[in-house]
Design a protein around this ligand. Structure first.
Ligand code: GDP
Ligand code: MG
Length: 179
C-alpha cells in the first residue's frame, strides 16, 4: 500500500504518576538517533512522529494531556473521545492505578461504543520487581475481560515501549483495512 494516510491519534490515559510522560518522551526521542526525522512538538503534550512499522511508514500523533485536564471535566471527555487508539497505562507498583485503568476502560466503552477501538493495557514500571502489586496474570486477565491487548513496559529501562507503539499501529491498520 503506497501513499500517506491520515495520522493516527493515539491518546495516553492513566492515573497520575504511572509513567505516561516517560513513555511519551521515549516516543518524542525517537528522532534523536536519526537526523532526518524530527519530532514535531506542539507544546509538551502532543508529539507527531513518523515511524516505520512492518516496513510501512505511519504518522502517529501521541497525546499526553490527560493529567492537565480537569478531572471529570469536559476537556477530559473530549480527550477520551478524540483518539483513534488508546494506551491505557497503570503502574505495576500501584494497585489503585490498575483499578483506575479499569474505570477508564469502562468510560472508553461509554464514549466510544463502536467496537474495535484499538486499546492496549500497559503495565508500566516492570523494572520495579520488588514493589510489584499487580501480577502479570492479573494484568493479562484484565485485558482479556476488557477485550484489549496487554503489555508490560519499563519506560525507565526503555523496555517494550516501542513494541507497544508498534502494536497500536498494527491494530489501527487492521481496523482501517477491514473498514
Ligand atoms: P505521569 O504522571 O503518568 O506522566 O508519570 P511520569 O512519566 O511523570 O512518571 C512518574 C514517575 O515515575 C517519574 O518519577 C518517573 O521517572 C517514574 N517512572 C516512569 N516510568 C517508570 C518506569 O518504567 N520505571 C521506573 N522505575 N520509574 C518510572
Ligand atoms: Mg505526565
Amino acid at each position: 500500500t503506497g501513499g500517506s494516510s491520515r495520522p493516527f491519534r493515539v491518546v495516553l490515559l492513566g492515573a497520575r504518576g504511572v509513567g505516561k510522560s516517560a513513555i511519551a518522551s521515549i516516543f518524542a526521542g525517537a528522532a534523536d538517533s536519526m537526523d532526518s526525522d524530527e519530532c514535531e512538538l506542539y507544546g509538551d503534550e502532543v508529539c507527531e512522529q513518523t515511524i516505520t512499522v512492518d516496513g510501512e511508514k505511519a504518522t502517529v500523533i501521541l497525546v499526553d494531556n490527560w493529567d492537565s485536564e480537569d478531572e471529570g471535566g469536559s476537556s477530559q471527555d473530549q480527550c477520551i473521545q478524540t483518539g483513534d487508539a488508546y494506551l491505557l497505562v497503570y503502574s505495576i507498583t500501584d494497585r489503585s492505578s490498575f483499578l483506575q485503568a479499569s474505570e477508564l476502560r469502562i468510560s472508553l466503552r461509554q464514549h466510544r461504543p463502536a467496537h474495535h477501538t484499538p486499546i492496549i493495557l500497559v503495565g508500566n514500571k516492570c523494572d520495579l520487581v520488588r514493589r510489584r502489586e499487580v501480577s502479570v496474570t492479573e494484568g493479562r486477565a484484565c485485558a482479556a475481560v476488557f477485550d484489549c491487548k496487554f503489555i508490560e513496559t519499563s519506560a525507565a529501562m526503555q523496555h517494550n515501549v516501542w513494541p507497544a507503539f508498534h502494536g497500536i499501529v498494527q491494530q489501527l491498520r487492521l481496523r482501517r483495512d477491514t473498514k
